[in-house]
Design a protein around this ligand. Structure first.
Ligand code: EPZ
Length: 434
């Protein structure tokens, strides 16, 4: 098993590059199943989740090739003949559940494993299932699998209101609706950039979607979609992660650049909170330049659906607060129990108290290096950020969580000045006798 070993205190400098968006790429890959032929997606990050999704597509009979070095995925869906997504793969990555909408649309029926929960709690899929039913599919559960079936003439389409607004359910329902026999309407649709970019690719493939970027999507079903070549967008969460890293581990007054930042994808709420810490943030096309202040001011935040503060940057923000002057609160309204990183940060002398759906962070304490455990993707990157500024050495264990969503994080941070290396270790080795 791998861990990252970080010797803290080395300031970041220079620049760091953002890769392609993980969450957008997964939706785009599901969309390739709807085209009759070979679709190519460029700027796909070399991540575990992408490799997993390539396996999920191949199980259906599609010919999927992922050129990790070239960051390119090609999917020939003309050979799809097995509308199944097995538990062994779905349990590794929740986004595999997108296969439900894609396979019902493509094959008229699907057998897809229910995703489990995740490190921080239940992740229901009731909206996905109720929405599919509203669009005319028969849906039943059988031994941990969802069995969905469209009428022989194809899905008629329908209207469904998402409560709450759900990224995944919006993607799944779009996959089902774009080649339905009739029209469909998705109310309170998610407007995260991942959904907008995904909708744009479907549109390029011939889908008829009105209201892209709004909370109401009107879809006119079309008989088939055409394969396309599509450029994935940069990863807004990786961009936000590096901006936070620059703010807390950069030198006061010395600019650090993050390349591949789309301000519109970060959203005004995050940008405003970031500037209220005292950081200067200069947005220049797809580059952002961060000038850290002498002392960071603690800024309380509340996460929300887009364009609110992204829940996927919540854990990283708690570490920024630990490095700031004063106390502040973080309230996650999307996932009220997404605080598995807090007990690990407390091992690093960070003082934080979780009360209900929020955590109160005390700033200004010396962060100490320690052995800490990754529990999920964003929690693990928050531990790496803490290690950058900790006194001494930090060992972030079980970084298979991190490898799901950050490509070559240690390489990118090393090139920006960090002392960070990957090491293999035996999770079950007995400690050396004292
Ligand atoms: C997507 O997950 C992202 N994953 C998550 O990123 C992200 O945290 C989340 O959206 C919120 O932005 C991918 O895009 C692959 P949701 P998703 O459905 O679609 C509730 C990361 O770190 N809900 O928008 O699963 C749900 O419980 C990952 O990259 C229902 O109640 O999130 C939550 O409270 C982690 N019923 C809220 O909606 C449902 O059927 C938002 O969840 C579905 C969701």
């Amino acid at each position: 098993m791998d861990k990252l070993v970080i010797r803290g205190g080395k300031p970041l400098y220079g620049s760091v590059e953002v890769g392609g968006s993980k969450n957008t790429a997964l939706a785009l890959m599901a969309g390739t199943l709807l085209a009759d032929g070979t679709t190519t997606i460029r700027h796909v990050p070399a991540l575990r989740d992408v490799h997993t999704f390539a396996r999920v597509l191949s199980v259906t009979g599609a010919r999927c090739e992922f050129d990790a070095d070239g960051h390119r995925v090609t999917v020939d869906s003309s050979t799809v003949d097995k509308p199944v997504a097995p538990y062994e793969l779905v349990k590794r990555m929740r986004a595999s559940f997108y296969m439900l909408g894609a396979l019902v649309a493509r094959c008229g029926h699907a057998k897809v494993s229910l995703p489990g929960g995740c490190a921080w709690g239940p992740r229901p899929v009731d909206l996905h299932l109720e929405g599919l039913k509203a669009f005319g599919a028969e849906v039943e559960l059988d031994q941990g699998y969802v069995i969905a079936r469209a009428p022989s003439a194809g899905l008629p389409g329908g209207t469904f209101m998402l409560t709450p607004s759900s990224v995944g359910a919006t993607v799944n329902l779009l996959l089902a609706a774009v080649t339905a026999r009739g029209g469909s309407r998705i109310e309170n649709a998610a407007i995260e950039p991942d959904v907008v970019e995904f909708s744009r690719m479907l549109e390029r493939m011939g889908a008829r979607i009105h209201g892209i970027g709004s909370h109401t999507l009107e879809v006119e079903g079309v008989p088939t979609l055409a394969p396309v070549e599509w450029d994935n967008c940069p990863d807004r969460i990786e961009a936000g992660t590096f901006l936070i890293a620059a703010a807390m581990a950069g030198r006061p007054g010395v600019p650090i650049s993050v390349k591949g930042v789309l301000p519109d994808h970060l959203g005004e709420v995050f940008i405003d909170a970031f500037r209220r810490t005292g950081c200067e943030l200069i947005l220049d096309g797809t580059s952002a330049h961060v000038v850290p202040p002498e002392r960071l001011q603690a800024v309380s935040i509340e996460t929300g659906v887009f364009p609110g503060f992204p829940t996927d940057l919540q854990a990283q923000w708690t570490v920024l607060l630990a490095c700031s002057e004063g106390n502040a609160k973080v309230h996650d309204t999307v996932y009220t129990d997404r605080f598995k990183h807090i007990p690990e940060l407390r091992r690093m002398n960070v003082n934080a108290i979780v009360v209900g759906g929020e955590v109160v962070m005390e700033g200004g304490r010396r962060i100490q290096g320690a052995h800490v455990m990754s529990t999920d993707l964003r929690a693990s990157v928050s531990l790496v950020l803490a290690g950058l500024v900790a006194e001494g050495e930090t060992h972030v264990l079980r970084i298979y969580h991190l490898d799901r969503g950050y490509e070559d994080l240690e390489g990118k941070l090393s090139r920006a000045g960090a002392d960070i290396r990957r090491e293999r270790y035996d999770e079950w080795a007995d400690p050396d006798p004292e």
